[in-house]
Design a protein around this ligand. Structure first.
Ligand code: NAI
Ligand code: MG
Length: 485
């Protein structure tokens, strides 16, 4: 059996209890590797390593220039190894190889971006009215506990690690139990690129037994989490105990809004891309498709027609446009929403398991139309290729429906009328809004949600802010005593 080990304090280690758990290829349902099943003891070991590296190891002496160069060297290594990395990511997560290749390029770009940003973190001189020099210094927040999901495994690791390392933090990262392999592959290069031991530690394990102890560990200063709202709520409560800094990205039920004056062909493609990319396992999936009444039936027809031609297949085949879902658990969850949707709305495409594919966690791209926004398939995050199409009468109704959700991660608006489009942009309560597009994501721009989609921003200069504290320093320049007493 292909066994991967965790990465703690620069060493490749097993769980102290000696337990392992299997990692699957979701297209064959076969085990492809085993990883250590970490528990509280292992989490403690990793946190101690990160703590020691932050407090007294080589890291506090490392300059911002050197931290930047380490990240750039890591990026270079990832670009060099991107083909095998993409293949491993594709096999383990089920995403099409072409998408995995894009992900690996984005991973490298993310490390490059923060490699450059490391030397652009600047303090301030505060204009106090005294004969004094008042400074605001930016300092790393300390040890970061980082917990990530399975939909973009290595990319989510990069979004978490790159800004933290650039800021001068040390990290304990826990990948999702379904998809730990690419992060562990990457850890093999840490020493080569000059990352001192203990700065980045990677533990493998489950949410309750490895994630939860990381969140409650008193030596962890900050927790960054991407995943379900349910886990996010537990994390926020647990982090309260030691007043940790917390950032949460909790997914959504994002509206993709189509006005009658939108470019029709582009709109159909944008509706499908918005909800079906990465098998719909996307936090910003445009899973509620709002369409203006006057084009509604034509739109549903065209969309359905095109959805039926989406090529499902083995992730490693280049022509595959949709692979299996990541796990049996996710497959069953999405299948149950497909069945629920049949009771709540009108099924026009998919709705089950694709015929002739009896191995692997495949589901058909599925479209429900005439969905009421209060239906469960319009309110609950499905995280699979299931679209809810909802008609609207006018701009005001589109805005009302779009905002009628506890979530607020993303949204998109399609129209040729820039005035209308921008009115809608301003009215939407969401952290990321696309106009005449949906999903492109860039490391230069902020990422994060409103409402129950969480708080804090990743990427760009916003991303590094979340790993920095601000220290006020007041330097008295008066040579005479103040003479108060
Ligand atoms: P999850 O939120 O349980 O898992 C995500 C990560 O959190 C994993 O690393 C997991 O081990 C960890 N985790 C789980 N419970 C934890 C806890 N109590 N303390 C600390 N860490 C914990 O997501 P799951 O169960 O895999 O998927 C369920 C649903 O969550 C999906 O159907 C989808 O709706 C949503 N989700 C949203 C994501 C997003 O990008 N916002 C990503 C993954 C899932
Ligand atoms: Mg869970």
């Amino acid at each position: 059996m292909n066994r991967y080990r965790m990465h703690i304090n620069g060493e490749s280690v097993e769980a102290h209890g000696g337990a392992w758990f299997p990692v699957y290829d979701p297209s064959t349902e076969e085990i492809i590797a085993e990883v250590p099943d970490a528990d509280e003891h292992d989490v403690n070991h990793a946190v101690q390593a990160a703590r020691a590296a932050f407090d007294s190891g080589a890291w506090p002496q490392t300059t911002a220039q050197e931290r930047g160069r380490i990240l750039l060297r890591l990026a270079e290594r990832i670009r060099k190894e991107s083909a095998p990395l993409a293949e491993l990511e594709s096999r383990n997560s089920g995403k099409p190889i072409v998408e995995a290749e894009y992900d690996m390029a984005d991973v490298a770009t993310c490390f490059e971006y923060y490699g450059g940003l490391a030397t652009k973190v600047m303090g301030h001189v505060n204009p106090v009215p005294d004969n004094a020099l008042s400074l605001s210094l930016r300092e790393p927040v300390g040890v970061a506990g980082q917990i990530i999901p399975w939909n973009y495994p290595l990319l989510m690791a990069a979004w978490k690690l790159a800004p933290a390392v650039a800021a001068g933090c040390t990290c304990v990262l826990k990948p999702a139990e379904q998809t730990p392999l690419t992060a562990l592959e990457m850890a093999r290069w840490f020493a080569d690129v000059g990352l001192p031991r203990g700065v980045v530690n990677i533990i493998t394990g489950f949410g309750e037994t490895a994630g939860a102890p990381l969140v409650r560990h008193p030596e962890v200063n900050k927790v960054a989490f991407t995943g379900s709202a349910a886990a996010g709520k537990l994390i926020l409560k647990s982090a309260a105990e030691s007043i940790k800094r917390v950032t949460l990205e909790l997914g959504g039920k994002s509206p993709n809004i189509f006005f009658a004056d939108a470019d029709f062909e582009a709109a159909i493609d944008g509706a499908l891309f918005g909800v079906f990319i990465n098998q719909g396992e996307v936090c910003s999936a445009g899973s509620r498709i709002l369409v203006e009444r006057s084009i509604y039936s034509h739109f549903v027809e065209a969309m359905t027609e095109k959805a039926k031609r989406i090529k499902l297949g083995t992730p490693l085949q280049r022509e595959t446009k949709m692979g299996p879902l990541v796990s049996k658990e996710q497959y069953e969850r999405v299948r149950s929403y497909q069945e629920l949707g049949k009771q709540e709305a009108r099924l026009v495409a998919g709705g089950g398991r694709p015929a002739g594919m009896d191995k692997g966690y495949y589901v058909e791209p599925t479209i429900f139309c005439d969905v009421d926004n209060s239906a469960r398939i319009a309110q609950e995050e499905i995280f699979g290729p299931v679209a809810a199409v909802i008609p609207f009468q006018n701009e005001a109704e589109a805005i009302r429906i779009a905002n009628d959700t506890p979530y607020g991660l993303a949204a998109a608006v399609w129209s040729r009328d820039i005035f209308k489009a921008f009115r809608v942009v301003k009215a939407l309560r969401a952290g990321i809004i696309w106009v005449n597009h949906m999903q492109p994501t860039y490391v230069e721009a902020p990422w994060g949600g409103y409402k129950q989609s969480g708080f804090g921003r990743e990427l760009g200069p916003w991303g590094i802010e979340e790993y920095l504290e601000t220290k006020q320093v007041h330097i008295n320049l008066n040579e005479q005593p103040i003479g108060w007493y």
